[in-house]
Design a protein around this ligand. Structure first.
Ligand code: TLP
Length: 344
């Protein structure tokens, strides 16, 4: 039995090729714009997602905050999903740091925000109201089970944003998972947004880092916001080197994580006491519910942990499992056997 950690794809360790690239990285001071490895990573990232420019930041949280701070000023408002990572999991940073107001629109189970509800949330000009500036989307959507927003949907949000002169930011922490799952070039998913952030340290397995991508003038301002947050990383090429390897070699293999997640979901759905619809699993994230009479989520996670399998409770009866680099098909069968033991 091998120990396996399915709590998140953030637990991925760097590959041997990443460790080698880290050891040999060419370095310079990035606050002077002189780290060749960061410059290379930023150029690769921008090209990869079809934007003019990119900025290396410490984390997905910093990428989203830098982006929102660059789009909005104090007292302005973002429209964001009620299940969005920006709203739920980033320590309220857009308001705590930026003085930016957030307006939640419910996420539909497929991760979309209903267009009519977005439109109804846009503020008319009036001294009483904050000014709406930005619509935030998330693809894939973490709390909506790794669901992918489609090209067509993002295009419709673009049309709405243009009608009201608003910008769109995409939390694309896992946007490469979406591109692989939908079988499209990632540029098609990013074409209609003004800015996006994506993470190197999740399914792409790099140890640290995210990229903010967008137009050149936006990224120039975003550099300032990154500095304000203390995110100028000097010889950060030591970590960016792993990001270069991630973009070159770790994108296509995400398909394996999706196959493993689907198999895990099917096995869990066949386990008495567990509720889950495997057809909803599109990428590498699996949520499931424990039925009445089964252990609660904390107890379930404790019991499987004692047997070498980690998953994360996300509610009293709800659990998340995430597949990633280092988790193979046979791990999934072992995890299912452990789940079956604790559910008897
Ligand atoms: N999500 C983490 C936790 O914070 C929940 C995880 O384990 O999935 N956007 C999305 C959609 C994310 O899922 C995450 C991380 C982030 C942004 C933030 O990235 P980091 O952790 O690098 O700040």
């Amino acid at each position: 039995m091998q120990f396996m950690d399915l709590r998140s794809d953030t637990v991925t360790l760097p590959t041997p090729a990443m460790r080698e690239a880290i050891a040999n990285a060419e370095l310079g001071d990035d606050v002077y714009g002189e780290d060749p490895t960061i410059n290379r990573l930023e150029a690769m990232a921008a090209e990869r997602v079809g934007k003019e420019s990119a900025l290396f930041v410490a984390s997905g949280t910093m990428g989203n905050l830098v982006s929102v701070l660059t789009h909005c000023g104090r007292g302005e408002e973002i429209i964001v999903g009620g299940h969005a990572h920006i709203f739920l999991y980033e320590a309220g940073s857009v308001s705590a740091v930026g003085g930016i107001h957030s307006r939640q629109v419910p996420n539909q189970p497929d991760a979309t925000l209903d267009l009519a509800q977005i439109e109804a949330a846009i503020r008319p000009e009036n001294d009483h109201f904050p000014r709406t500036k930005l619509i935030c989307l998330e693809n894939t959507h973490n709390r909506c089970g790794g669901a992918c927003l489609t090209l067509d949907y993002v295009r419709q949000v673009r049309a709405l944003a243009d009608k009201y002169n608003l910008k769109i930011h995409l939390d694309g922490a896992r946007v490469f998972n979406a591109a692989v799952a939908l079988g499209v070039d990632v540029r098609q998913l990013t074409h209609d947004v003004d800015s996006l952030s994506f993470c190197l340290s999740k399914g792409l397995s790099a140890p640290v880092g995210s990229l903010v991508c967008g137009p050149a003038d936006f990224i120039r301002e975003a550099r300032r916001a990154r500095k304000l947050l203390g995110g100028g990383m000097r010889e950060g090429g030591v970590i960016a080197a792993a990001g270069v390897v991630a973009l070159e070699h770790m994108v296509d293999r995400l398909a394996e994580d999706h196959v493993n997640a689907r198999r895990l979901a099917e096995g869990l759905a066949d386990t008495p006491g567990i509720t889950l619809d495997p057809s909803q699993v599109q990428t590498n994230i699996v949520y499931f519910d424990l039925e009445d009479g089964a252990p609660d989520a904390a107890e379930f996670c404790g019991r499987i942990d004692e047997r070498g399998v980690k998953m994360g409770p996300t509610g009293t009866h709800r659990i998340r499992a995430v597949t990633h680099y280092g988790i193979e098909a046979d791990h999934i069968e072992q995890a299912l056997a452990v789940v079956a033991q604790v559910m008897v």
